[in-house]
Design a protein around this ligand. Structure first.
Ligand SMILES: Cc1ncc(COP(=O)(O)O)c(C=O)c1O
Length: 388
């Protein structure tokens, strides 16, 4: 019973749903797995070559905890594209994946009892992390229509214990890209209530239909109260490399660095060199990946909407579809379990992303169109058999 040594709060926690799903799926054959958001593309070859070259040249040692200066400079240069001026010496920390950047930020800011405002639905890591750190997650529902921000709803959730507000745009799982007006509304609230905003911007390269991506840190007055969390995982198809970063006000970065070295010492050396190659280009392979996601989006949205009982809005960004399946089943868990058991398609129930995600399922566009077509055929067969 070695678990008795684990903190009580951990013993009470459920293991991550996606990890549980992945473990169960490893055992099965003939399953179309559309569970995680892991791009099916290989990492572009110039990035791989940069890493191999670095290893061969002996880049095998510890680096500064904050990340190598060349990468921090490349990050600062990249964020200019969003109209954000970043000081690479004082305002960036390179991390092993953006998940660690998120954890670091929350671990350095959440005091017991602090309230953290979290969109519902949103990425399923935010709530348990806040809870684990002794904070109180407070979900605010996104609008039923399009899952955009409802400022009145956020206002109603703010108390004198509110300290942090998390946003993810484009949002996982809904694909919603929050408009500049919406972000300005949040900025006003953040200023009025002295909130720190954590802006998860890891899908910013994937926005569709001519939309312009707006970073929270580019909204006037917000850079000083925003931690931007970014990743190489999705943009460059580098999930397994573990490379991400945060951009934050210098004073907060200084505090975070007191503990980051104790947690990870430093990010992997040659992977950081690969990160420089990724950001400095060529960007042609990324453009191609984005075009392919868009092609898949166009295809699968149309195909799913042909199925009676399913309503699939076109996501504005990211590479997930979030169709409404409530005509088929009131429970998204039941829908996904049935689909898995009977038709061998693994997708994630919307309720995993928050109560407001109920009635939906999440389908990532991380497989070729032929596979998505087969998945849609199986979903159609399942829906026909189960629609009341
Ligand atoms: C919204 C969001 N944030 C953060 C992450 C973590 O990404 P990584 O740690 O690979 O950078 C993910 C992964 O799916 C995500 O969807």
């Amino acid at each position: 019973m070695s678990e008795r040594w684990a903190r009580g709060i951990l013993r009470e926690m459920e293991p991550s749903l996606i990890r549980r799903l992945a473990a169960a799926l490893m055992m099965l054959k003939d399953v179309i797995v559309l569970a995680g958001g892991d791009p099916d593309f290989p990492t572009p070859s110039h990035i791989v070559e940069a890493a191999v070259k670095a290893l061969k040249e002996g880049v095998t040692h510890y680096t500064p905890t904050q990340g190598i200066p060349q990468l921090r400079e490349a990050i600062a240069a990249y964020y200019k594209k969003f109209g954000v001026e970043v000081d690479p010496e004082k305002e960036v920390i390179v991390t092993p994946g953006s998940q660690q950047a998120l954890y670091l930020t929350l671990a350095c800011t959440v005091e017991p009892g602090d309230e953290v405002l979290i969109p519902d639905p949103s990425y399923l890591v935010y709530v348990p992390t806040v809870r684990f750190l002794g904070g109180k997650p407070v979900r605010f529902a996104l609008k039923a229509e399009g899952f955009h921000l409802d400022l009145e709803e956020i206002k109603a959730r703010i108390t004198d214990r509110s300290k942090i507000l998390i946003l993810c745009s484009p949002n996982n799982p809904t694909g919603t890209v929050f408009t500049e007006e919406e972000l300005k509304g949040v900025a006003e609230l953040a200023e009025e209530h002295d909130l720190l905003v954590i802006s998860d911007e890891i899908y910013s390269e994937f926005v569709w239909d001519g939309r312009r991506y707006v970073s929270m840190a580019s909204i006037p007055g917000m850079k000083e109260r925003t931690v931007v969390v970014v990743s190489f995982s999705k943009t460059f198809a580098m999930t397994g490399w573990r490379l991400g970063y945060l951009i934050a006000p210098g004073g907060l970065v200084e505090q975070m660095l007191k503990i980051q070295g104790n947690m990870v010492l430093c990010p992997t050396a040659h992977v950081q060199v690969a990160g420089v190659a990724a950001l400095t280009g060529p960007w042609e392979p990324i453009k191609k990946m984005a075009e392919e996601y868009n092609r898949r989006r166009e295809y699968l949205v149309k195909r799913l909407n042909e199925i009676e009982g399913i309503n699939c809005p076109k996501p504005e960004g990211a590479f997930y579809l979030f169709p409404d399946i409530s005509e088929v089943s009131k429970s998204s868990v039941e829908f996904c379990e049935g689909l898995m058991k009977e038709k061998r398609v693994a997708i994630v129930p919307g309720s995993a992303f928050g109560p407001h995600g109920e009635g939906h399922v999440r389908i990532p566009l991380v497989k070729p169109i032929e596979v998505l077509e087969e998945a849609a055929n199986r979903i159609e067969a399942y829906v026909k058999e189960h629609r009341a």
